[in-house]
Structures are given as C-alpha cells and as structure tokens.
Write a protein that binds this ligand. Sequence first.
Ligand SMILES: Nc1ncnc2c1ncn2[C@@H]1O[C@H](COP(=O)(O)OP(=O)(O)OP(=O)(O)O)[C@@H](O)[C@H]1O
Ligand SMILES: [Mg+2]
Length: 288
Amino acid sequence: MLNLQNVTKKFTGDLFTQDFVAVNDLSFNLKTESVTGFLGANGAGKTTTLKMIMDFIRPSSGDIVFDSILGTNQMEIFRNIGFLPERPYFYPNLTGREFCHYLGKVSGMNTGEIKRNIDKWAPIFKIEFALDRTIKNYSKGMLQRVGFLVTLLHDPKLIILDEPLSGLDPIGRKELKSVIKDINNEGKTVFFSSHIVSDVEEVCSDVIFIKNGSLFYEGSVDKIIRENSKNDFTITAFDSNDLKHIFEVNLNEKDKKISSLMNEGFSIYSIEEEKPTLEEIVYEVKSK
Ligand SMILES: Nc1ncnc2c1ncn2[C@@H]1O[C@H](COP(=O)(O)OP(=O)(O)OP(=O)(O)O)[C@@H](O)[C@H]1O
Ligand SMILES: [Mg+2]
C-alpha cells in the first residue's frame, strides 16, 4: 500500500538550535488491507513520518512510494487517503454536520454523497445526537468522533490516524477500536499511531515500531510476541486428594512432565503458554 525507502528528515537548526534528525533512514512497507499500529515513544518521529507521507513536509532524503491501488498521480493518490491529524482543527461555529458538508465539498463530493456517508458513519460513531450542535460545545470524545467521521467521508482506501485514541475514556477507546475493525472489514487499510501498546495489540494485525527515528521492528503482532516468548509453560494439575498444583516448565520439559504427572495419578487441568504481552516487549525495548 505504501513503501518508505530510506527516509530521513533532518530539521535544520539556526544560530541557537542544532540540526536535529527526527527520522533516520527509515524503511518499511505498509501491508494492504492490514490494520497497522505505528508505535514509538514521545518524540520518536511518528508525527514527522506521517506528515512526510501526507506531503505536508518533505523528506531530507529517501522516497515514499504509494501502491498503484491508490492511484497513479498525486491527486488521485491523496483522494484515496483519509488523514486525521494529531491536533485537528475544527471550525468552532459550525455544527458537526456543517463541518462534514464543508470538508466533503472541499474534497470534491456532492451534497448527496456527503449526506449518504454521514448517514452511514454517524450511527457507527454514535455521534448522530450531536451533529446539529455547534462544535465549540463538543467534548473531546465528540470532537474525535467527528474528526474520524470526516476522515472517512470521501470513502478513502487508506486511513491514516495520528493518535486517534488519545484522550478518550475507556468506553470511547473501546468503541473507536471497534470502528477501526469495522472499517478494516470493509477492505480499507488502517495505519494509526499510538503509544498505548495494549490498544495496538488489540486491534492491529501488524506493527511498525520506531525508536529515536529508526525502525526497531516491522511485522505481525503475533510474530513479535512469538519471537519474544521464552517458551515457558504453566501446567495446572490436581492430585488424588483434589489439591491444586502449579508447575512451571519450559518447552523441552513439558511433555516429560505431563506424562510423569499422569503416571503419578495427577489429573491435568490446563497447560498454558506464558506469552509476553506486546506491552512487556515494548517496555523492555524502551528501557534498553
Ligand atoms: N519543525 C520541527 N523543527 C525541529 N524539530 C522538530 C520539528 N518537528 C518535530 N521536531 C522534533 O522531532 C522529534 C520527533 O517529533 P514527532 O512529533 O515526530 O514525534 P512523535 O513520535 O509524533 O511524538 P508524540 O508521541 O509525542 O506525538 C521531536 O524531538 C521533535 O521535537
Ligand atoms: Mg506525534
């Protein structure tokens, strides 16, 4: 869907500030029809990367190549992308509905199409009730929902969201995560940045993880968890007096332990692999 090839962004300093390399020789491939999480600590370079993808700022070197599914020229490509910035601007005196119509018109849609898409997405975002109120009275969660809706209005194939879940309460986060899954089920590719690792683990098939502007990991969420798993197992068994026992073994000892327990008259209740969470893996990386 999208390919970054050795992208570097250097912000040039002046008399008082030094040059700063925010993104350093970054290459990755965003898989078509995936939900990919873009992880990295504060200041890792996520927003800078997304801004370069959106052509708001230019890389100092390297290339950003879009798949032909998105189009063959710049205009067509950007029509097929929906982008929600980290700090979107909303016109405070418009109602949510007017704001949607305004941005829909700007992206070349007609009134009928805009109405149809508002009717389609507003119930999914649970924002219908607020669409006719002025935006200045919206809560953070309402703003985020309208921002998200506007991102989808022109039916893009690739949705890029910069911290779409930040500042939402747990229910709001849960609801928007479920919308992310829904839009992916429609065949759309979703790329979103976050530093809430458990959110990424929950909704993403893939992850791109950067550290100090450089790629740290690119691949499937399952794979990074598997690769970091220590192959430890917990066996829970009951003895003949119905007392519960827990045994920790590694992969090599597992089968032998199970058969010896059975020979000793234990009944095996469960065998669970101790998998690290993505959060634990990321935390370990950050503190290295
Ligand atoms: N215009 C700029 N001039 C100089 N430095 C910049 C500029 N924009 C960003 N930076 C620096 O680049 C680094 C990366 O910033 P960026 O906003 O991309 O991080 P981020 O990963 O999005 O962080 P966060 O999770 O806090 O949103 C930061 O150190 C930031 O101060
Ligand atoms: Mg950011």
